[in-house]
Design a protein around this ligand. Sequence first.
Ligand SMILES: Cc1ncc(COP(=O)(O)O)c(C=O)c1O
Length: 432
Amino acid sequence: MTGTSRSSIYDGSPAGAARQAVPASAPRDAALRQRAARVIPGGMWGHQSTRFLSPEYPQFLASASGAHIVDTDGRQYVDLMCAYGPILLGYQHPAVEAAAEKQRRLADTQNAPGPLAVDLAETLVDTIDHADWAVLAKNGTDATTACVTIARAASGHQIVLAARGAYHGAAPWCTPNTTGVLDTDRAAVRYFEYNDIASFAAAADAAGDDLAAVIVTPMKHFEGQDQELVDPAFARAVRAGCDRAGAALILDDVRCGFRFHVGSSWTPIGVRPDLSAWSKALGNGYPIAAVVGTDALRDAAARVYLTGSFWTSAVPMAAALATLDELRRTTAFADLTHAAHRLSDGIRAQAASHSLDVAYTGHPAMPYLTFAADVDFQRMRVFSLACLEAGLYLHPKHNWFVSAAHTDAVIDAALAATDHAFSAVRSEFGAD
Ligand SMILES: Cc1ncc(COP(=O)(O)O)c(C=O)c1O
């Protein structure tokens, strides 16, 4: 790795990057890791574990505001991960925090939902074109799993088709890590290739009259791979295949939701799912999820057993209502879109000026970078670590997320760091 620094706050200038001194260590993070190793299996669960990242990445974060995060050793970064999606308007957004605080003073989890459950269901029905009803939950996995269950209940069919490599959550039917999972847990899940009409048609034919649902994400966003926007012809073929089989089309909008469009991510291409799953950005960081669906699925949604101890909690509902209100009433979505394009234009121009062959793929609000000549993510590791050292937090194998708090100044600070990182890649691996 180049001798760049990773200390205090990076001011965004290339000179600032050079000025930073590398601290000998991150003592608070190191101490927390040691304690965690004793009481948390593997030191940390899930994809947030830094064992998938260079050791310089902080495992723990202390605070966040707007588009910035601060680790436990006091180092501040511009954040391009947005908590892996939930942060849409910026950390600690004033309107969201005020709404959450107001509700917190009244009550959060109770014996029954409060009036905000109805307000939020109404707002979702108003905002998402295929939504005639909504059920509120906590996590994306709750929502995708409920969609599959509702589709099976409605059709009486068993088979669910999913794109090979797609992520729909951590439940046995869909987790990418099958450790501890029974074959029978996913015996009725079959796969097709994303954006490949022939592959989808073959899978649908094989399912025959036992096809309950097709679950698909608005774009292809598989870890470590170039992303692909959906081919509208593919989306229409999936819609038609579901109609022929009497199956439900489930759009998993958990990750893309509200970054592509204020409404369903497939509204712009004119394809309506029967059910869709939402979470991440819905509450701007508060734990909330939703299943929405059409009238045809309403009865099945009422019949299946959907519940959770915290599904009534009202503070996240207040946060979600405030988030949707910001999206519908203010320039937040336009600001996010503007920031996404500024970042995308800047990254592409920088890669060209450094003579590096890159792919910058997916929707600009949820982009991902790869180097054409990369082997085993070596270039992406150098790139992401140089970004970190220059005060920009992004992930080498996971798509990034832009928020409405990424002002021009923030994006420019991010671009100063990426410029420095492209130089690091160029000096370590040469031009393409
Ligand atoms: C497309 C998609 N579906 C479902 C999920 C599962 O959501 P959660 O982690 O909230 O259970 C995720 C999470 O990353 C996701 O990206």
